[in-house]
Write a protein that binds this ligand. Structure first.
Ligand code: APR
Length: 249
């Protein structure tokens, strides 16, 4: 692994506009399960509960499940080493932005400023009738579903449900970023979910180099990835950080 990670560090060092693209795998060491694969959320909970139409039909039931799957977990998790290394990399302008599919807000909690949340965030609720927004602490999760103080409409977590369009500004910003990128650092995603999974392809077509960090190969690895760093995101990112800052050690 030494040689390949040295090559990756060289590639990152010479990039002019590196962008990180992250998925659930980067948050595993913060105690948040992935969605797919062993122990994945979708193995425990039927994803159809997270279908927008179902939510509108049975908001109280869906909120019970949302509370168990997300809010009971996410309200006390912390960023891990991989998140903090990306924060160091942004402070040193080694990466320009993060495009994340995660809703856990851990990139911002680690200090990153330029974060594009493709799938929204658990931290915000939005009224399904008048679109008034609330911080998630507004809701007393013992009385579900939470309702709007303006119009009594039902509040929804401001993250993307299945069959729900992605936030327009986020997807437009993400497309802009990958078109500018000459390096995409892909961390912990199976790249199976559309349209997020089109972003690596767009970067590749624009001539970007692709570095992928994952514990196992993905749909991208043999297809567009230039350097595949097989391993745990926190371990690999810590090694990269040492190599990228070692001249200062
Ligand atoms: N380090 C690095 N990668 C890891 C680690 C780890 N410690 N543990 C797991 N992984 C990898 C898995 O090998 C897998 O490729 O993380 C990836 C997780 O894949 P998914 O669970 O499919 O998560 P993700 O790709 O982020 O899903 C995308 O699907 O359900 C939707 O909206 C949801 O944002 C999510 C989207």
């Amino acid at each position: 692994m030494d040689d390949i990670i040295e090559r990756a560090a060289d590639m990152i060092r010479s990039a002019k506009y590196a962008v990180a693209f992250t998925g659930a795998g980067i948050s595993v060491n913060s105690g948040i399960p992935t969605f797919r694969g062993e122990g994945g959320i979708w193995n425990e909970v039927d994803p159809n509960y997270f279908n927008l139409e179902f939510f509108h039909r049975k908001p109280a039931l869906t909120w019970q499940i949302i509370k168990q799957v997300f809010y009971d977990k996410l309200t006390n998790v912390k960023p891990n080493k991989a998140h903090f290394v990306l924060s160091v990399m942004e402070q040193r302008a080694t990466i320009k932005s993060i495009i994340t599919q995660n809703i856990d807000h851990l990139h911002q909690d680690a200090g990153n400023k330029n974060v594009i949340e493709l799938h929204g965030t658990y931290k915000r609720l939005i009224c399904t009738k008048c679109s008034t927004e609330y911080g998630y602490r507004f809701a007393d999760l013992n009385f579900l579903p939470p309702t709007c103080i303006v119009c009594r409409g039902i509040l929804k977590p401001d993250f993307v449900f299945f069959n729900e369009p992605l936030p327009e500004e986020a997807i437009n910003n993400a497309f802009e970023e990958v078109k500018k990128a000459d390096l995409l650092l892909i961390i912990g995603t199976r790249a199976e979910v559309h349209p997020a999974n089109t972003l690596p392809q767009i970067a590749k077509e624009k001539g970007a180099k692709i570095i992928e960090i994952n514990v196992s190969k993905t749909l991208l690895t043999d297809y567009i990835t230039d350097i595949f760093l097989k391993g745990d995101a926190s371990n690999v990112m810590e090694q990269l950080c040492t190599l990228l800052t070692c001249e200062e050690h």
